[in-house]
Design a protein around this ligand. Structure first.
Ligand code: MLT
Length: 433
């Protein structure tokens, strides 16, 4: 296979290098294109054909349904991370490149546990938000506000030790801030972290415990949460991750880059997808619960109805994360004995679509958003918190990608454009316009 590509432009031939990744994916290197051609650029709205970086963190093959973190598979055998490890181990793997040994893991866990509390004044900022504030807005603001409490974190070049401290702090504090954003919304007092619990249990307790009752965490729920967070931990150069990398490329701090990532994830086309699934199911329920009618509507090109949570932007055959999460969803629903007509509709829709030739032939299978929405609802997590749950999961991926970008000394992100506006024109006085 050739390691150069030829571009013929205006009768002139340019040789462009072709680079190959460790999984043999190939890319034409156009980094010298403008200087070679005297200013010609490429255009690729949404960057669907553009590799923005070389990365050694996550490998994804959408055609084959493969997702691997640092070489470890998500979705095939019982060797997979989601079945065998904890979210904190996976976070370490993504950020530092290897699964931790016992000693590394124990010091990583105690580092995280030590930083679970947030500064008391964060509560004053939280109190300033109206109670109907969307928790994603609260989360992104409070993460950005961390820069005020840890000013040394502002300089990403300060020292490796300082960067590691900022990393441990944000992983430790995110569940506290997320649970507090929820408590603000429902008007309950916030719960402080309980460091006798593990990462997932602690978050669940901060979410659901009230001063009025004793609370114990259901292991089925914390186990399902552990899996969900692992499955969402990274997904190579998706919208929020690319945002984190591009914000960080200006040498903005870790916390401000993550805050920008949270805003990117908030959008319904990205992290808001599992919320859209539940809203669709509620819509089906309130109009009588006829799933067949909605499957027919989904098939009708002239009908604006869209079946949410089926198919995927990058997985063209199946979503490897969905296989694991479907199993967890079955377990959670069975063990919690949840009786919820909306979840019955989800089951009916899933079964009918998986048997329907239209959906099967188009590979429109339920994706991770479909099942994660179901599990979160069964756990009692309100719909507007779903994207917050996604944030908790994606955090180590954002950190790993930010850190890799910094360590590789990547230049500031600065895309080009093809200008389509007016050519030069003279200024007109106000009265002449
Ligand atoms: C993700 O996990 O980030 C989403 O599936 C979206 C994506 O990868 O584009």
């Amino acid at each position: 296979m050739s390691n150069t590509a030829q571009l013929i432009l205006d009768g002139k031939t340019y040789e462009l290098p072709v680079i190959e990744g460790t999984e043999h994916e190939r890319a034409i290197d156009i980094s010298k294109l403008r200087s070679l051609t005297g200013g010609v650029t490429t255009i690729d709205p949404g960057y669907k054909n553009t590799g923005a970086t070389k990365s050694a963190i996550t490998f994804l093959d959408g055609e084959k349904g493969i997702l691997r973190y640092r070489g470890y598979s998500i979705g095939y055998s019982i060797e997979e991370l989601a079945e065998r490890s904890t979210f904190l181990e996976v976070a370490y793997l993504l950020i530092y490149g290897e699964l931790p040994n016992e000693e590394q893991f124990s010091s990583w866990k105690s580092e995280i546990t030590m930083h679970t509390m947030v500064h008391e004044e964060i509560k004053n900022i939280l109190d300033g938000f109206p109670s109907n504030a969307h928790p994603m807005g609260v989360l992104s603001s409070l993460v950005s506000a961390l820069t005020a409490f840890y000013p040394k974190s502002l300089d990403p070049n300060r020292s490796i030790k300082q960067v590691d401290l900022s990393i441990a702090r944000i992983i430790a504090k995110m569940p506290t801030i997320a649970a507090w954003a929820f408590k603000n919304e429902i008007g309950h007092p916030v719960n402080y972290p309980d460091n006798t619990l593990d990462y997932c249990e602690n978050f669940i307790k901060m979410m659901f415990a009230t001063p009025a009752e004793t609370y114990s965490v259901d292991p089925v729920v914390s186990d399902a949460l552990n899996k969900l967070l692992i499955l969402h931990a990274d997904h190579e150069q998706n919208c929020s991750t690319s945002t984190v990398r591009i914000v960080g490329s200006s040498q903005a701090s870790l916390y401000s880059s993550i805050s920008a990532g949270i805003s990117a994830l908030w959008g319904p086309l990205h992290g808001g997808a599992n919320q859209a699934v539940i809203e669709m199911l509620e819509g089906i329920k309130s109009s009588g619960g006829d799933t067949k009618k909605y499957l027919d509507k989904a098939k009708d090109k002239n009908d604006p109805f869209r079946l949410m949570g089926f198919g995927h932007r990058v997985y063209k055959n199946f979503d490897p994360r969905a296989t694991i999460i479907k199993k967890a969803a079955d377990g959670v629903l069975a063990k919690l004995g949840v009786n919820d007509p909306v979840l019955d509709i989800a089951r009916g829709l899933e079964e009918a679509a998986l048997k329907d030739e239209y959906f099967v032939s188009r590979k429109l299978y339920p994706n991770v958003d479909f099942y994660s929405g179901i599990i979160y609802r069964a756990m009692g997590i309100p719909t507007e918190m779903f994207t917050v749950m996604f944030t908790l999961g994606r955090l180590p991926g954002w950190i790993a990608q930010w850190k890799e970008m910094r360590e590789n000394n990547e230049p500031i992100g600065r895309p080009r454009q093809v200008y389509t506006g007016h050519n030069s024109r003279p200024y007109m006085e106000l009265g002449e316009r």
